[in-house]
Design a protein around this ligand. Structure first.
Ligand code: G4P
Length: 533
């Protein structure tokens, strides 16, 4: 491993303001320590006074009833907020993602708005289901990942075993930055391979070196078998793993790995340093007709999230926009490419959890919240007039499909409005079958249904319930041969619906029928995701 090459990673030019932005998310399985790490990072950067100041954790450990209560008070994803803070001359935008797996769709979209991710892994558990899922989303866009192996203050799997597991399960190369000396009760501190020093559990450097072998002259260290084992393991890791390479990291193929403890604040400052020094600046955004370069002069951005009722006092609706290029200033007129309509953005906001302030200007990488009354939907692209569409903000095929039953038939209109609003927010997908007048909703998790009915009742005064339909699978259908698509639609008339954009969707009783249709109509593509615009 060439640690020297790591230390020599060239500092990048900060001349253009967007180059100082680091926009990232933390991904993890519930309970791995994401909330604790978020607090520690904010506190290490001086953004909050003490750990414990940021709360709002939903899903995860809290019970369902807790969650529903919070949800009703503050809107759907109270955890999915933005925290913007300064660190070492940089502006860091941390996009929080809800931990509850029922809201993975929301999480996926949030990940379209980041340039890097910190993957938190519990040292005792290794790669868990949700980590794997989220990692796969990052991989779709080759998002660079920094790995933080948490809870070294407790007994866990051996460092080499963890590295082996991550490499094989994720097919991702790792390169160590912080190496633990012992674990659990034997935890003696760590080697900071970048600064070339040994640090004790209190964060105090106790030895420095040029080459690792120099440490063998340090009698106090060499006497300790725990230290010697750590050194041997590091040697093996060094022989086995590639050295750090900035380009490979930025391409999403190599992950710097730090062992630490969020709870004890071990390795947190170094994590911040790794993100600041190596973390990518805003990356080009995939778009049609061409990718958007952050250095492009004209403003572009896209809505990755819409959140209603963030503030119980104002029944507001905030569209979170990730800027992709240009310098946005308050009052600017931007065009929503989907609707073709211009809007004056007079009250853009920056967020820190639930606190907000007016945003006077923002650049690529920044996240601004735009209050609106339904003009902006998830997936919308905003420009200074150009017809550009950001891509890669998908809808996922729903896993639960239900017919909506209205308690009061006088309220059909309100229900239609509610479903349309909430589908624009990305809370649910709404389908209308070609035959019949049913309203059908599709979601990825059961909890989403509960949230849906509770919000529709509370915000629109319409009581609804859901009825099972004989469908388990939904697939968007496409074909290069329109006649073939028409043939399929006519053969399956009863099972074809339209989504909110009018795109045809095939509803199948179960996976077997979906498969059968695929075999019978090989010229049709049955898609599990669809771009939102
Ligand atoms: P999450 O957001 O990923 O779901 O995890 P969270 O930070 O809430 O942490 C989950 C549990 O793991 C918490 O304990 C937390 O204190 C603990 N934890 C986080 N980091 C570390 C660490 O570095 N070492 C150790 N030993 N524990 C850690 P809890 O008992 O479930 O909750 P709490 O009562 O402590 O809040």
């Amino acid at each position: 491993m060439s640690l020297s090459s790591a230390a020599e990673a060239a500092p990048r030019s900060l001349a253009e303001p967007f180059r100082t932005r680091r926009t990232f998310a933390i991904i993890s399985h519930p309970d791995a320590g994401k909330t604790t790490l978020t607090e520690r990072l904010l506190s290490a950067a001086g953004a909050i006074q003490s750990a414990g100041a940021v709360r709002g954790k939903a899903g995860g450990r809290s019970t369902r009833s807790d969650w529903m209560e919070m949800e009703q008070k503050r809107g759907i994803s109270i955890t999915s907020s933005v925290m913007t803070f300064d660190y070492d001359g940089l502006t860091l935008n941390l996009l929080d993602t809800p931990g509850h797996s029922d809201f993975s769709e929301d999480t996926y979209r949030t990940l379209t708005a980041v340039d890097a991710a910190i993957m938190v892994i519990d040292a005792a558990k290794g790669i868990e289901a949700q980590t794997l899922k989220l990692f796969e989303v990052c991989r779709l866009r080759d998002i660079p990942i920094i790995t933080f192996i948490n809870k070294v203050d407790r007994e866990g799997l051996a460092p080499l075993d963890l590295i082996d597991e991550i490499q094989s399960k994720l097919a991702l190369d790792l390169t160590p930055v912080l190496w633990p000396i012992g674990q659990g009760v034997d935890f003696r501190g760590y080697l900071d391979l970048l600064e070339k020093r040994v640090v004790n559990p209190q964060g105090k450097p106790i030895a420095e070196y040029d080459a690792i072998e120099d440490l063998l002259d340090n009698a106090a260290l060499v006497e300790d078998p725990v230290f010697m084992t750590a050194l041997e393991n590091l040697e093996m890791a060094t022989a086995m793993l590639p050295g750090f390479d900035l380009a490979t990291f930025h391409a999403g193929h190599l992950s710097p790995v730090l062992f630490g403890s969020a709870l004890k604040g071990i390795g947190v400052a170094e994590l911040l340093r790794t993100l600041g020094e190596w973390g990518p600046e805003p990356r080009p955004q995939p778009a049609i007709p061409a990718p958007i370069e952050p250095s492009d002069k004209k403003v572009t951005g896209f809505v990755f999230k819409v959140q209603a009722n963030m503030d119980a006092n104002h029944r507001d609706r905030i569209a979170f926009v990730r800027l992709c290029s240009g310098t946005f200033t308050r009052g600017m007129r931007l065009k929503n490419v989907r609707s073709g309509k211009d809007m004056a953005v007079s009250n853009p906001m920056f967020f820190f959890g639930n606190d907000r302030e007016l945003a006077d200007s923002a650049v690529a990488g920044d996240i601004v919240g735009i209050p609106n009354h339904g003009t902006l939907s998830v997936g919308d692209t905003l420009t200074e007039g150009a017809n550009i569409n950001v891509t890669g903000i998908p809808n996922f095929a729903p896993e639960i499909i239900r017919r909506v039953r209205l308690g009061d038939h006088m309220k059909t209109k309100q229900m239609a409005k509610a479903l349309s609003d909430l589908s624009e927010e990305g809370v649910t997908q709404v389908f209308r079958r070609m035959v019949g007048a049913d309203w059908i909703v599709g979601v990825v998790g059961q909890l989403q249904l509960e949230v849906l009915s509770s919000r529709i009742e509370k915000e629109y005064g319409v009581p609804i319930t859901f009825e099972s339909l004989n469908y388990e699978v939904a697939r968007w259908i496409e074909s290069d041969e329109p006649a073939e698509l028409a043939r399929f639609i006519s053969a399956q008339k009863m099972n074809i619906a339209e989504d909110r954009t009018g795109a045809p969707v095939f509803l199948a009783q179960n996976a077997w029928w979906a498969d059968r249709a695929k075999q019978d109509f090989p010229k049709i593509r049955f898609l599990t995701t669809k771009e939102r615009h």
